[in-house]
Design a protein around this ligand. Structure first.
Ligand code: NAD
Length: 458
């Protein structure tokens, strides 16, 4: 099928490359001409495991092309995916400016019936507004509007797109449903080459067909529920600290219940990223507009704000006065395996430490370049050990795999004080204490540090 992608960012580019991989003919566009120039030259502008290979392979096979012309994209394709950003506005609701302008632009270019698929995360009822915008600018009504929310996670986006738990398509008519079933057939049947080579092979993927409104609501409901799980375990972490219980043990005992599940029960410095914070805020707002005050969601957001604040408090408790103290921050990205810094908890935590006069030395395997747009007055370092040099405390904020095998002796020797606050419960408390660290994490009992001669206030 001939498919156009409008907005070639984290979602659009992955969707484009994956749909090409399963055999379709893809043309991707973006209003950012520099991005299109980069992609045309073979440079993938984001770090996402497996994406570069997929882009190169499918571009070389002639199934994946890039253009800065929306007109060319509309002319050459039958199905158009809207994958532009839906950032949060001041008051929390989704800013639908980009979706509205793309819908209006598509309408002005429409000369034959197309299927217009909204993949951006949008509040319920956006589909109806997309239809109206296209109708107004095109003067026609022989097109389909489909809602096809995306559930991929940054860091495993390619895997998630090709091997999803489910595909949701919200349609206006059987014509839209048939086109989407045909488009996703290789994924549903797991019949594309990578799926056939996969060991073990996955069973077929459920594709559910709903109304447009239900599909839109499923996405907001899913992200809000995931945020709720994280805030739930973070609230439990606070209770564990007060009760002397261990949140890791509690999470294991909870998560083994299949009705609850283990995923998203990891206590730490709170959720962040481009999706959860803005989607839960937008869902809260649209519910309010519809006449329902979803107070539970407000509490989820509040617990998340506190989760970040508690990390800052733990550092302050360990060092007393923060003014003039140097803090080594390990991990900046909102999660491992991505360089995305949008709404990363590290931003709020670092700013709060800086406000109290702390100096920040930071290291992240992939996100230091992207971090520069979000943070100022940070010394970026080439390794965790360089970041630790002369530091009074170390704070871990992203659980990158490489932090699990740190040379703890070397790290401690580089630091002025052996204080470590693990905001992701990613390090082994025993090993940390054996290495002489005064180690704090989230929701776990505090045992005395095994000190090796030095005083924590040296
Ligand atoms: P992004 O910022 O990475 O990409 C959006 C792209 O759209 C940018 O490249 C931007 O230049 C382009 N764009 C903006 N206006 C345009 C226009 N008029 N014409 C053409 N291109 C235009 O954002 P993203 O992370 O890919 O998110 C896109 C949507 O998908 C959002 O609604 C988001 O909530 C949703 N989503 C994101 C994720 C994720 O993990 N990032 C997961 C699921 C859903």
């Amino acid at each position: 099928m001939k498919v156009g992608i409008i907005g070639s960012g984290h979602v659009g580019l992955v969707a484009g490359a994956c749909l090409a991989e399963i055999g379709h003919s893809l043309l991707c566009t973006d209003s950012d001409e520099a991005k299109i120039r980069q992609l045309t030259a073979g440079t993938v502008p984001i770090y996402e495991p497996g994406l570069e290979d997929l882009v190169h392979r499918n571009a070389a096979a002639g199934r994946l092309g890039f253009t800065s012309s929306l007109a060319e994209t509309v002319r050459a394709t039958d199905i158009l995916f809207i994958c532009v950003g839906t950032p949060t506005s001041e008051t929390g609701e989704a800013n639908l400016y980009y979706v509205d302008s793309v819908a209006t632009e598509i309408g002005a270019l429409l000369t034959s019936p197309k299927i217009i698929v909204d993949k951006s995360t949008v509040p319920v009822r956006t589909g109806a507004n997309v239809r109206r915008a296209v109708e107004r600018s095109s003067g026609r009504s022989d097109f389909e509007v489909v809602s096809n929310p995306e559930f991929l996670r940054e860091g495993s986006a390619v895997e998630d797109f090709l091997f999803p738990d489910r595909i949701v398509v919200g349609v206006e008519s059987e014509r839209g449903a048939a086109a989407m079933r045909e488009l996703y057939r290789p994924i549903v049947e797991q019949s594309f080459e990578l799926a056939r080579r996969r060991v073990p092979r996955l069973p077929s993927v459920p594709l559910i067909v709903t109304t447009v409104s239900s599909a839109e609501l499923i996405k907001h409901a899913a992200n809000s529920f995931l945020a709720l799980k994280i805030s739930y375990i973070n609230a439990l972490a606070s209770v564990c600290e007060l009760a002397g219980a261990d949140v890791e043990e509690v999470a294991e005992g909870l998560g083994l219940d299949r009705r609850i599940g283990k995923a998203f029960l990891k206590a730490g410095a709170g959720y962040g990223g481009y999706c959860l914070p803005k989607d839960i805020a937008a869902f809260h707002q649209i519910c309010r507009e519809l006449g329902y005050d979803f107070r539970l969601l407000r509490e989820v957001m509040e617990i998340n704000r506190t989760a970040k604040q508690r990390i800052v408090q733990k550092v302050a408790d360990a060092l007393w006065v923060l003014r003039g103290k140097t803090i080594a921050v390990l991990g900046l990205a909102f999660k491992p395996n991505t360089d995305d810094m949008r709404a990363a908890p590290s931003i709020d935590i670092i700013r709060a430490l800086q406000e109290q006069g702390a100096l920040i030395r930071a290291y992240d395997p992939h996100a230091m370049e992207t971090a520069k747009a979000h943070l100022s007055d940070v010394t970026y370092c080439r390794s965790p050990y360089e970041a630790a040099e002369g530091a009074h405390a170390l704070v871990l904020l992203t659980e990158w795999e490489e932090f699990r095998d740190l040379d703890l002796e070397r790290l401690r020797r580089a630091m002025r004080l052996p204080v470590a606050v693990d905001g992701r419960n990613a390090l082994d408390p025993e090993r940390m204490r054996e290495a002489g660290f005064d180690y704090e994490c989230v929701g776990r009992p505090r045992r005395p540090a095994a000190r090796r001669g030095e005083s924590p206030h040296a």
